[in-house]
Design a protein around this ligand. Structure first.
Ligand code: NAD
Length: 498
């Protein structure tokens, strides 16, 4: 049975009207499981109109009441975590455990949004001049849009949606067309939690829906997470309309391994961070920089572990790594492995030939491990977004940090060492937004903020935490005096305040 997935408008599941659809497949079997509607500009326009109306009352709702809705959402997401995780695993391919972890990371942001009354409270200064007071407040923007990637179908809509809604905006989500079912369930949970109709909506679609949101005069801000090429397009298109845009984009995260690091810890960290979710994470480690004489010892430990990875369907509890999201993406990743061999890197573990009995049409591949990768190779420069780890060798710390800093991307990085000096110099000097010290995937907790540097971000705000509050609100500052009696007449010149 092939299901039909429409939109979620005004707190109702709504069928698509355009007749255009996209295929949703099960990555483990290759089966077509659903057709997802692709919205037209007119459908986007209708959703914006509903959102616009609802937002006025929502913005006027005391933050205390808005945050109670977020509390309800928190317990609903907790209750329905297994359902969300199952949907994610069936359409994305990630393991059930990993999908549950993803929902947990989304929950952290919902929990942060439960304190929105506190996070939005303003500043007040008494007596900025004689008998004059001043205060600053943050007000929501109106109707805001979120465009999200396939690889975190719940966590990233929560990063954006929880913050935007708690701040008093109406939020329109345009999720990835590859795995729309989990975000549709999230929208139902928002409604069940008490979000009024029109406050959290889902418009499914492709470029046409994204363009309609970017060009819409009643959508003043857009959050985007996805690839750098599309992120740049979204940023340029939105800002040309004088809108606020944040675009969090691609990555090539390096882990620097110093000669004094504990190599058993490093190996565990690289296996999890390089091959977890089949490498389809923007914070995955895709380059290991082996410093000094550590390279050969590291390879001896790493290679057998990569070769022994248990690959299988996401819902099989034995699987450590699931399939890639689509056949097209798997072929692209395999193409990069072919290219790495051509470029002269040493393919120490080759996962290209993996076949799984009973899952011949699934998008599986085994883990791949390259040694002797150099900085001029395409497999070093490009984001591959698959289970492919490249080991590069560096003579010393200075060469290692230079590699990280010279790379176009700047999302995350890590150093593994027992040396506090090296770790401190790395954390201070590295040109990257999120840094781990003996932590391979340093995703900040919700009360800090997430965001890379360089080609990994366009725009000035990180996502969630106080950066999220700043992105989804604008500042207003009021200066007040209540004069009594004496009138001083018109003043034509600015004067120092006193
Ligand atoms: P993608 O750029 O292909 O798609 C992202 C979104 O943009 C989707 O909703 C998609 O429908 C839409 N889109 C696709 N083509 C478009 C077009 N031509 N015009 C307008 N919109 C378009 O990304 P993806 O493959 O879904 O996700 C993987 C990418 O996301 C990787 O590059 C990964 O590093 C990145 N990512 C970054 C972060 C981060 O926080 N920096 C987090 C997760 C994923």
């Amino acid at each position: 049975m092939v299901a039909s997935i429409g939109h979620f408008i005004g707190n109702k599941l709504t069928p698509g009207k355009s007749g255009r659809t996209g295929d949703v497949t099960n990555p483990a079997t290759g089966e077509l499981t659903a057709k997802v509607a692709f919205a037209t500009a007119a459908e986007v326009d209708a959703a914006v109109a509903i959102a616009r109306k609802a937002q006025v009352a929502w913005a006027a709702t005391p933050p205390l009441r808005r945050q109670r809705v977020m509390f309800n959402l928190k317990s609903l997401v907790e209750k329905r975590t297994d359902d969300l995780a199952r949907l994610m695993s069936l359409e994305h391919g990630k393991t059930f455990d990993d999908a549950k972890g993803e929902a947990g990371r989304g929950l952290e942001v919902i929990e942060f949004s439960c304190g929105i009354a506190h996070h939005m409270k303003g500043d007040f200064t008494e007596q900025v001049a004689s008998d004059m007071d001043s205060w600053s407040i943050r007000q929501p923007l109106g109707v805001v849009a979120g465009i999200t990637p396939f690889n975190f179908p719940i966590m990233i809509p929560c990063w954006m949606g929880a913050m935007a809604v708690a701040c008093g905006n109406a939020f329109i989500l345009k999720p990835s067309e590859k795995d729309p079912s989990a975000p549709m369930l999230l929208a139902e949970l928002f409604a069940e939690a008490g979000a009024p109709a029109g406050i959290f909506q889902v418009v499914n679609g492709d470029k046409a829906a994204v363009d309609a949101l970017l060009m819409h005069p009643d959508v003043p801000a857009t959050s985007f997470v996805g690839s750098t090429a599309i992120g740049q397009y979204v940023y340029h298109t939105g800002t040309q309309q004088n809108k606020r845009v944040q675009a969090l984009c691609g990555a090539k995260n390096h882990m620097v391994i110093m000669p004094d690091a504990d190599l058993d810890q490093v190996t565990d960290a690289l296996i999890g961070a390089g091959y977890g979710a089949a490498g389809e994470r923007c914070m995955a480690i895709s380059v290991a920089v082996a410093v000094g004489d550590v390279g050969d010892r590291l390879m001896a430990k790493l290679a057998p572990r990569v070769a022994a990875l248990k690959v299988g369907p996401g819902l099989d509890p034995q699987s450590e790594m699931g399939p890639l999201v689509t056949r097209q993406h798997r072929d692209k990743v395999m193409g990069y492995v072919d290219l790495g061999v051509k470029e002269g890197a040493k393919l120490v573990v080759d996962g290209r030939g993996l076949k799984l009995q009973g899952y011949e049409n699934g998008n599986f591949m085994g883990g791949c491990l390259f040694d002797n990768v150099t900085t001029g190779m395409t497999i070093y420069k490009d984001e591959i977004f698959g289970p492919v780890l490249s080991v590069v060798r560096a003579k010393g710390f200075d060469e290692a940090i230079k590699m990280v800093n010279d790379h176009a991307y700047g999302n995350g990085t890590a150093i593994f060492t027992r040396d506090g000096d090296a770790a401190r110099a790395f954390a201070s000097g590295v040109q990257i937004g999120m840094v781990g010290i003996n932590v391979p995937i340093p995703v900040p907790v919700a009360y800090h903020s997430f965001g890379g540097w360089k080609a990994s971000i366009f725009g000035d705000h990180g996502i969630y935490g106080m950066e999220g509050v700043r992105f989804y609100t604008r500042l207003k500052t009021i200066t007040a005096r209540w004069p009594t009696g004496i009138r001083s007449g018109a003043e034509f010149a600015f004067k120092a305040r006193n």
